[in-house]
Design a protein around this ligand. Structure first.
Ligand SMILES: [Zn+2]
Length: 197
């Protein structure tokens, strides 16, 4: 193996989100020292994913089929649509076991700093789905970040023309959270979103 192949492996690994140069070197070394148990199965998995994983033409989810299993399922409630930033957010919602509706993946957030406008997000497809579907409620489940909330407000305004119920996730106390440990913003959000019991 020439030094070039090693460098290019490290370079590619370093492009993976969350993997810096040092980690890329460590991963490359680990893979090369365990070719049969680590490197080859990884190559196989990468190749299978490349061939079989598709983006759902309806919601933007990643799955082995398009439309994805969620969009095709008759068990899901087709009157509720949950708008999220990324595929990972769909996984998080599914893990919660608390949601039975459908999803729409925007593909990111608006960001003034990084120059991302509405045209890079799946907003037109969202409007088309609402126009053609039978939705009674749209849940805006953006991250509680500045960009997430800006995006949420932007979409809420766009959806006003549809006269549909638009909700957003509650902000506030995390399960198991103690008042004393909450940051100021979380506690303020929990206070303003308090519920009658
Ligand atoms: Zn789908």
């Amino acid at each position: 193996m020439s030094n070039n192949s090693l460098n290019s492996l490290i370079q590619q690994l370093g492009k993976v989100p969350g993997v810096g140069k040092r980690s890329a070197q460590r991963i490359a070394l680990h893979l090369l020292q365990h070719k049969e148990t680590e490197l080859q199965p990884l190559m196989h998995a990468l190749s299978l994913a490349d061939q079989h994983v598709k983006q759902c033409e309806i919601c933007g989810n990643l799955d082995g089929q398009s439309p994805c299993q969620i969009c095709q399922s008759v068990k899901r409630d087709a009157t509720i649509l949950c708008v999220v930033e990324d595929v990972a957010d769909v996984w998080a919602m599914e893990r919660s076991n608390g949601y039975q509706g459908l999803y729409h993946i925007l593909g990111g957030t608006l960001s003034a700093l990084e120059g991302r406008g509405p045209e890079v997000l799946a907003i037109e497809p969202l409007k088309n789905r609402i126009r053609q579907g039978d939705f009674q409620e749209v849940i805006l489940a953006m991250n509680a970040t500045m960009d997430g909330q800006t995006t949420s407000h932007y979409i809420a305004e766009i959806l006003m023309e549809f006269k549909i119920k638009v909700t957003r996730l509650a902000h506030g106390m995390p399960m198991g959270g103690e008042l004393d440990y909450l940051d100021q913003g979380t506690l303020a959000a929990a206070l303003s979103a308090r519920l009658v019991i």
